[in-house]
Design a protein around this ligand. Structure first.
Ligand SMILES: Cc1ncc(COP(=O)(O)O)c(C=O)c1O
Length: 361
């Protein structure tokens, strides 16, 4: 059992059982006498790992057959470029819904490749942040796709309804929300996610793409970012991040054994409620996001009197509660409570916050 609760936004904590399993077979995988990280990606042992991971993910997310699952390099930011290069097509126009730091970055990166219409949908009336309802978003009729980020990791803002944008392909950066709750994949043209939160270690990025969107990449698209080439080669056009792929497979097995996405979603809702309820009742801490858009995975909070913040972080660390410092762009604190964070970890955080506030007042 880990001796700390790690609230890092990513790379984030992994389930202890997954790491024990990885440890137990680290030096000798499947009686090969080698570590899985030393095996060829084309070996039968690794192909078994790779295929099982994909099958388990398809099972967890009920991914329809007309979608390809790609195991890529390059992280979430790599996909900011890859999405634009693969999907902008002839007219090179796309809409980007901006709700925080990551969707803004995605739009900026895409603007290197085409005509990007940025639609800011954050309403900040009275210092409370909320996402304007989807029917107030002015979507371009000729956009090749609409990009959004259902969970803004830095800002702690989540959109729970999948936006209804008609027939235009919807692209989602699910880096910090994938597998945390159920999504109807058929509503999306493309989903991507960096692995280092709910999937596994960093170095792997998942892309789930509807087949009819393949084959339109810009001529200058690097081959290793070209979805058609990746799909045709089973994500092995070049050497994939094999160890991260293997660990992702162990995480998928762990999640299936826990009852799948709907079961973890219930736990995630309880964890988030515990922390938000405490913050709302407190006159020492605050969160400035409207109830409907509060992230279940990344919970930012501020000490109303910021002079206590540095001490809060030192004492939290001493209590075994690590990586609570908010992102440098927004300050304050942030508790990232992905699937691997047990409810006991959130309870330990709340107990500490209570004690700290009582000591400071
Ligand atoms: C929502 C979101 N998108 C994109 C990224 C960038 O991912 P990467 O660092 O893997 O490029 C992050 C990283 O935290 C993220 O949270």
């Amino acid at each position: 059992m880990s001796s700390v609760y790690n609230f890092c936004a990513g790379p984030a904590m992994l389930p202890v059982d997954v790491m024990k399993k990885a440890q137990s077979e680290f030096l000798n995988f499947a009686n090969t006498g080698s570590s899985v990280m030393e095996l060829s990606h084309r070996s039968k042992e690794f192909i078994t790992v790779a295929e099982k991971a994909e099958a388990d993910l398809r099972n967890l997310m009920a991914i329809p057959e007309n979608y390809k699952v790609l195991f890529c390099h390059g992280g979430g930011r790599g996909q900011f470029s890859a999405v634009a290069l693969n999907l902008l097509g002839e007219n090179k126009k796309a809409d980007y819904i901006v709700t925080g730091a990551w969707s803004k970055s995605a739009a900026e990166e895409a603007s290197h490749y085409g005509n990007i219409n940025v639609i800011n949908v954050i309403d900040n009336t009275d210092g409370i942040q909320r996402v304007k309802p989807c029917n107030e978003w002015t979507i371009s009729k000729d956009a090749a796709y609409v990009h959004y980020c259902p969970n803004e990791t830095v800002d702690g803002i989540e959109i729970f309804q999948v936006p209804n944008i008609g027939d235009i392909p919807l692209v989602a950066d699910m880096s910090s929300t994938i597998l945390s709750r159920e999504f109807d994949v058929s509503k999306f043209g493309l989903i991507y996610a960096g692995a280092q939160k709910n999937i596994g270690p960093s170095g792997l990025t998942l892309v789930i793409v509807r087949e009819d969107l393949l084959g339109n990449a810009h001529i200058d698209t690097p081959s290793i970012m070209n979805y058609q080439i990746l799909a045709d080669n089973g994500s092995m056009y070049n050497t994939p991040p094999t160890y991260a792929w293997y660990l992702a497979g162990l995480v998928f097995e762990w999640l299936l054994a826990k009852g799948g996405v709907s079961a973890i979603a219930d736990i995630n809702a309880k964890k988030a409620q515990l922390l938000y309820d405490f913050v709302d009742e407190s006159d020492f801490y605050q969160n400035s996001i409207t109830q409907e858009n509060r992230s279940l995975m990344n919970i930012p909070f501020w000490l109303i009197d910021d002079t206590y913040s540095a001490d809060f972080l030192i004492q939290a660390q001493e209590h075994g509660l690590t990586a609570l410092k908010g992102h440098r762009m927004v300050g304050g604190m942030r508790a990232s409570i992905y699937n691997a964070m047990p409810i006991a970890g959130v309870q330990a955080l709340v107990d500490f916050m209570k004690k700290f506030a009582a000591g400071a007042q």
